[in-house]
Design a protein around this ligand. Structure first.
Ligand code: PLP
Length: 367
């Protein structure tokens, strides 16, 4: 055996797909330039949140409160759950990473819908567990029947993303209950509700209600999207105690910065003002969807702050057309393009590009 000539990394790491971040915005004609590739909130932080952050900056020489006690307390009150069930982390992706470390070993299986959030195969692969992706149905929705059928004796965890990123549909409340009835009690179901605040469908599943009713259900939520704190990396889990305790043990020590903790608490205090902005983003989503539909597009039903254009093998062409107009959007292989909505000026450019693109892509769809 020849001796290795360089330090080695685990095979599981070498095999990982890379996380593709949204690209910076190109500059289009007339200077139009919008990054609508990361589902960020277009509004800047509220003055009250900014003020807290600026004041906290004077304490940067100190470690933050490792237990995030004030944030945990504020969330427990806001959600009406015991504080012991609330675990903040470095974005909900950070919490998900700790969760996989806590729950999965090599050879365990993790079931999730696909296409869904691109972090899923990465965090699952990193844990050494085997990803079991289950195709979405033709409307971009979770096929919960097939997901229940994919559960084996080796399944430890199921991820349910509602609304689903990148396609947009929610899982229905009744569907989720029927699914949970088929999941063995020792399999953990994680309901990822990163876009919860944008949901308006009254039939949509409520992850927290499912969590209260089922000892094997937990939710993941984030301050990155509706609350507009993507740059601070703060999200949280609500989980029953054995899992919550495991999450506290596997979290990066002091991972959630003092600034992030304070900004998150201030954002909960300002939730009324922030949710008014969410209402405006939802109105804007409905305007974009109505106009795309009028143009002739057939889209999956979005309950989030983005739309998904299922253009198949023309994905690259639509991404390029958007770039030519100053829009950075997100293309997914041969599935389609996701564009964040909410900024009226960006949405107008998107509508223009889509209106010109549709006839070139699928003439039979127009009208
Ligand atoms: C954006 C997003 C998250 C949240 O990411 P953070 O790490 O909290 O910024 C989680 N799940 C899904 C499906 C997302 O799209």
């Amino acid at each position: 055996m020849t001796s290795p000539t360089s330090p080695r990394v685990r095979a599981a790491v070498t095999a990982l797909p890379g996380y593709v971040p949204g690209r910076p915005a190109p500059v289009g004609p007339g200077g139009a330039s919008f990054k609508i590739s990361s589902n960020e909130n277009p509004y800047p932080p509220l003055p009250a949140v900014l003020e807290v952050v600026q004041r906290a900056a004077a304490q940067l020489n100190r470690y933050p409160d490792m237990s995030s006690a004030d944030l945990v307390g504020a969330l427990a009150e806001h959600l009406d759950v015991p504080a012991a069930r609330v675990v903040p982390g470095t974005g909900s992706v950070g919490v998900l990473g700790s969760l996989l470390q806590a729950v999965c070993e090599t050879g365990d299986e993790v079931v999730f819908a696909w296409r869904s959030f691109e972090a899923y195969p990465i965090v699952v692969g990193l844990s050494g567990a085997t990803p079991v992706p289950v195709p979405l149905d033709g409307a971009g929705r979770h096929d919960l029947d097939a997901m229940a059928g994919a559960i084996t004796e080796r399944t430890r965890l199921v991820l349910v993303c509602t609304p689903n990123n990148p396609t947009g549909p929610v899982v229905g409340a009744q569907e989720l209950e029927a699914f949970l009835a088929r999941v063995p009690r020792d399999v953990l179901v994680v309901v990822d509700e990163a876009y919860l605040e944008f949901v308006r469908d009254p039939q949509a599943a409520d992850g927290l209600a499912a969590h209260r009713a089922h000892p094997n259900v937990m939710v993941l939520r984030t301050f990155s999207k509706a609350y507009g704190l993507a740059g601070l990396r703060v999200g949280y889990a609500v989980a029953h105690e054995p899992v919550a305790e495991a999450l506290r043990r596997t979290a990066v020590p002091f991972g959630v910065s003092g600034i992030a903790q304070l900004a998150a608490v201030a954002s909960l205090e300002q939730s009324e003002a922030l949710l008014e902005r969410v209402d405006a983003i939802v109105d804007e989503r409905e305007r974009v969807v109505a106009e795309l539909t009028r143009q002739g597009w057939r889209l999956p039903r979005s309950e989030a702050n983005f739309v998904f254009l299922p253009v198949g093998s023309s994905t690259g062409a639509l991404v390029a057309a958007c770039a030519g107009a100053g829009l950075s959007v997100r293309g997914y292989g041969d599935d389609g393009v996701r564009a964040t909505v909410g900024d009226v000026a960006a949405d107008d450019v998107l509508l223009e590009v889509c209106g010109a693109f549709l006839p070139t892509w699928s003439p039979d769809r127009v009208g």
